[in-house]
Design a protein around this ligand. Structure first.
Ligand code: FEO
Length: 169
């Protein structure tokens, strides 16, 4: 495998684990606020990010590429209101999309079709993740200011159940 592509893929393991850490931090914030539905949604999001990390890890292993586990940054967000974490999430997902796109572009440059095919799932996934994050902001802006509708929004998010990723390696 091309060295740049390999390094970017290895780096992505770390970025996905950081995403899990960030979302667990957000779950922790909402839990402390008594919003168990929001906390549930982000705990599941954190699990999904761990799955993403393991997909990159497994892809590297399957292709005999060296894996180097890097240290995970501490999430440093001090949230000032209930909307803040949702905005942080959307910005973060856009950042992850840019990272995935950069790996895709690097793989394209060296005709690494296997990696391109592997990344196709993530390209689609990022579209969904950005939409989810954006929808959460819209709903919170519309309903979050009123106690009863916030309660209903929280109840809706409590129904989210974890599902393993559809991509299996
Ligand atoms: Fe693994 Fe939310 O991107």
């Amino acid at each position: 495998m091309d060295k740049t592509v390999s390094e970017l893929l290895n780096n992505q393991i770390n970025k996905e684990f950081y995403s899990a850490y960030l979302y667990l931090d957000i779950a922790n914030y909402y839990d402390a606020k008594g919003l168990d539905g929001f906390a549930n949604w982000y705990e599941i999001q954190a699990k999904e990010e761990q799955d993403h990390a393991m997909l990159f890890y497994r892809y590297m292993q399957n292709n005999d590429e060296p894996v180097k586990l890097l240290s995970i940054d501490q999430p440093d967000n001090a949230f000032s209101n209930l909307l803040d974490p949702l905005k942080v999430s959307l910005e973060h997902e856009k950042y992850v999309t840019a990272l995935i796109n950069a790996i895709y572009a690097a793989a394209q440059k060296v005709n690494d079709f296997r990696t391109i095919q592997f990344l196709d799932w993530f390209i689609k996934e990022q579209g969904e993740e950005e939409k989810n994050a954006s929808d959460q902001i819209t709903k919170m802006e519309l309903y979050g200011g009123e106690a009863r509708s916030l309660y209903m929004l929280n109840s809706e998010l409590l129904t989210r159940a974890y599902a393993p990723p559809s991509l299996v390696l």
